[in-house]
Write a protein of this length. Structure first.
Length: 417
């Protein structure tokens, strides 16, 4: 192993470098053990945190004394060994822990944040070492056998500083990326608003002899009718030859042997929490009684009608609380502005052109997000292979830290004698 080590680094087993201190749970039958002043951490407290600032549960002094729970001091590393094996956090509070967590205490001089980043780097290794059917866990014996590379203390400090800086930058990138889906959604909505109000084709209309937009009831531009009932037992989950798509109130439900419609239609969900959602479908398909099928009149472009229906936010017209629903009568009476057919088609062309650009941006976003999500592990890999910061001749040797551990062992043995 030594030949492959960076200068000044040492190879060591995890059990030679760290103590693992377990926890416990006070008896639930004794109410006096609970709701005290001592924070008590479990898996749920560390699951979404990197720094542990608070816990959901508290125990009393008696509960701590009468259980196997141990206390982690401020600035110590806690890891999960069950359910989230290897998940690491740094404590900013003094807290007791339960049996699914372990306190990690170095036997030699190792920086707290270096330990934290080291465990974060090895998370996949811990998951591979875990076992269990319903709930996976990793044993202390397995952890103790994991191989580590240990740099000297000065290099640990440089690694931590560099990682802190890179992860802070990474967090900023993530937050910026997380805004993109909402921005794209808002842009799509803005395009629809501009389209259905005539602003998208305002300049296009200039110099053209076109009819004015007309105010019409929805029932005058399309025919709304519910689909046909089909038993759930006849709906197949997998697509196969001879089967047709089956659409309900919330979109595609599966595949069936018969079809009710041929062509291009807008389907409106008419019942449930998602009533009012609109899907554009075409070809041969079966529409169930939970979907309203909108058949456009001859003077109406089917795709323009779909975008218009989407922009109306039809769920606002639903009735009922426990089971919201839409009635054809209410929908038919909605007043809308209708452009001439030629302008409808131009609106559709412009919407599709702009949406195609949004789709391209969205695809790039997903590709970039995948790379950004993988970045932390790539950074940690370089850090713990000795490639993130330079090794300096003044750093000394990590073997000196291991010698401290050996000296401590001898001292302990001497006291036992």
């Amino acid at each position: 192993m030594d030949k492959a080590l960076p200068k000044g680094w040492a190879g060591v087993k995890m059990g030679e470098l760290y103590y693992f201190i377990g926890g416990g749970t006070p008896s639930k039958s004794n109410s006096g053990y609970w709701n005290g002043d001592i924070p008590w951490a479990s898996i749920k407290d560390i699951s979404k945190n990197e720094i542990l600032k608070e816990t959901q549960d508290f125990i009393s002094v008696e509960g701590l004394e009468r259980s196997s729970a141990n206390v982690a001091e401020i600035g110590e590393v806690i890891i999960g060994t069950r359910m989230l094996p290897g998940k690491a956090v740094v404590t900013s509070i003094k807290t007791a822990i339960n049996q699914d967590l372990k306190i990690v205490r170095p036997k030699a001089k190792v920086l707290t944040m270096f330990t934290y980043y080291q465990f974060r780097f090895l998370r996949n290794v811990f998951e591979q070492l875990s076992f269990g059917t319903t709930v996976k866990g990793v044993t202390i014996e397995k952890l103790q056998g994991v191989d580590l590379l240990l740099p000297p203390l000065p290099e640990q400090e440089r690694i931590v500083v560099k990682l802190d800086k890179l992860f802070a930058q990474h967090e900023k990138i993530k937050k910026a990326l997380d805004r993109i889906p909402q921005l794209l959604k808002a842009f799509r909505q803005q395009v629809l608003t501009q389209a259905v109000t005539g602003k998208l084709t305002e300049q296009w209309r200039e110099g053209r002899e076109l009819e004015e937009w007309k105010e019409e009831n929805l029932g005058n531009i399309c025919n709304l009718k519910a689909g046909n009932f089909i038993p759930a037992s006849e709906i197949k989950h997998e697509k196969a030859e001879g089967l047709f798509p089956c659409y309900g109130g919330n979109g595609l439900r599966g595949y069936v042997k018969s079809f009710t419609h041929v062509g291009r239609y807008s389907l409106i969900g008419r019942q449930g929490a998602l009533c009012g959602n609109v899907h554009l479908v075409e070809g041969q398909f079966h529409a169930t009684e939970h979907a309203l099928v909108a058949k456009a009149h001859l003077s109406i472009d089917e795709i323009w009608l779909f975008h218009k229906l989407t922009s109306l936010k039809l769920n606002n017209y639903s009735k009922g609380v426990a089971q919201p629903g839409l009635s054809v009568m209410n929908l038919n009476s909605i007043l809308i502005e209708v452009p001439p057919l030629e302008e409808q088609q131009e609106i559709v062309r412009r919407i599709e052109s702009l949406f195609a650009k949004v789709d391209a941006i969205e695809a790039s976003y997903h590709e970039l997000k995948q790379k950004v999500d993988k970045l932390p592990q790539a950074i940690l890999h370089k850090a713990f292979k000795g490639e993130l910061v330079p090794q300096l001749p003044t750093d000394g040797d990590a073997k000196d830290l291991l010698d401290e551990i050996l000296a401590l062992k001898k001292e302990v043995k001497g006291k036992k004698r």
